[in-house]
Design a protein around this ligand. Structure first.
Ligand SMILES: *Cc1c(COP(=O)(O)O)cnc(C)c1O
Length: 368
């Protein structure tokens, strides 16, 4: 029998979350972000849940090719643009649109327009409004806008989109204005030609200040039912698309004063029971999970007790009499939000979802 660990992915939850964002932003086009193999869920596994999306955003050109093979015929936007001439060629063949964030990428367009194209891409011009990662700085942006506006009209390309990325959106509380986001929005609107569309909102922007999210939104993490900050997804009525679970493979009765695991980190305060779970850091569960990080066993929270090892972890089931060998253990999912586990571990849900190890078998179960 294979180890009982598994990651179950639910495309119906993805569809639910896409619709949630559409309801929240009825005037925006919703373009879920499916980079990093759909945030670790698997593009093919969740694809059925994306049908109501207006477009998809991705970084990896191989991912764009997989989406076309799966039958996606609506727009695909390459979020970091094309990396070289071969990429440009492939992007055209795959009928992708893409981001242009520097002068070299802008000059590439001129070369491209010198020949007849089977697909005229819509260009997302990236404006660096304060994140200081990708994009044109303020004065160059106006020049680039003027040039691109003229270039696209002259060559019969679609009207471009002016895009930026929020820096602090994940810090904000639900429905609370975040001053940096407001200033980034204002800077974008100041230079945007009227006929161009805008694209600002990531998940945090969509959830916390939809009025600043723009015409085309790029929700990532919320599509998978997690949130950009420690705010649990249930507060936004999102459904987790992944349940990571395993089983108890042994139970140890422990006495007060005993210790559990490497480094004897967990010290037993009262006689009780420790369950050994078939999941470790080689499966993608964070080794630095502190004691007390919740798991879900027989309808109750079972806290991590002792250091996570490569293939196993230990949880305290002293107050869960039904816990026995073979009991299912949810590591994150429906009952234990990945955001909560991540917060305990000093990281964000994104990192945990993307880090499920290759040895973990995946299953797809579509349930509403
Ligand atoms: C990843 C990404 C997003 C999605 O961000 P979330 O926080 O997951 O919603 C949006 N825009 C760009 C440019 C990205 O790279």
């Amino acid at each position: 029998m294979p180890r009982p660990i598994r990651a179950v992915v639910n495309p119906a939850a993805i569809a639910f979350n896409v619709n949630k964002i559409k309801q929240l932003l009825p005037k925006s086009l919703v373009m879920p972000v499916v980079k990093a193999n759909a945030y670790g869920h698997g593009l093919e596994r969740i694809f059925a849940g994306l049908m109501n999306a207006d477009a998809l955003a991705i970084l990896e050109i191989e991912g764009a090719a997989r989406l076309r093979q799966l039958g996606w015929s609506k727009p695909i936007v390459l979020l970091e643009g094309c990396f070289d001439a071969a990429d440009l060629q492939t992007a055209i063949e795959l009928k992708c649109d893409w981001v242009v964030h520097n002068d070299a990428q802008l000059r590439d367009l001129e070369v491209l327009a010198q020949r007849p194209l089977a697909h005229k891409p819509q260009i997302y011009l990236k404006f660096n409004t304060g994140m200081n990662r990708l994009g044109f700085q303020e004065p160059q942006t106006s020049t680039a806008i003027a040039w691109l506006d003229q270039f696209t009209s002259r060559n019969g390309w679609p009207c471009p989109v002016l895009m930026t990325h929020f820096a602090n959106a994940d810090e904000a509380q639900p429905r609370q204005r975040e001053p940096m986001a407001q200033s980034q929005f204002d800077r974008l609107i100041r230079v945007k030609p009227v006929r161009w569309q805008s694209s600002l909102g990531n998940s945090a922007g969509c959830l916390n200040f939809p009025e600043l999210a723009g015409d085309i939104v790029r929700p990532g993490i919320c599509i998978y039912g997690a949130t950009p900050g420690p705010n649990a997804a249930a507060n936004y009525e999102l459904k987790p698309a992944m349940t990571f679970s395993s089983q108890i493979i042994a139970i140890q009765s422990v006495k007060q004063g005993d210790t559990v695991g490497y480094g004897s980190r967990w010290q037993v305060l009262a006689d009780g029971r420790i369950a050994v779970v078939a999941c470790g850091y080689a499966d993608g569960y964070p080794r630095h999970a502190p004691d007390g990080t919740p798991t879900w066993v027989e309808g109750q929270v079972a806290p991590v007790a002792g250091r996570v090892s490569m293939d196993m972890m230990t949880v305290d089931v002293s107050s869960i009499p039904n816990a026995q060998v073979g009991s299912s253990v949810e590591l994150w999912g429906e009952h234990i939000p990945v955001d909560v586990v991540a917060d305990r571990c000093g990281t964000i849900g994104y990192e945990l979802l993307c880090a499920i190890a290759p040895r973990v078998p995946f299953q797809v179960v579509s349930k509403d």
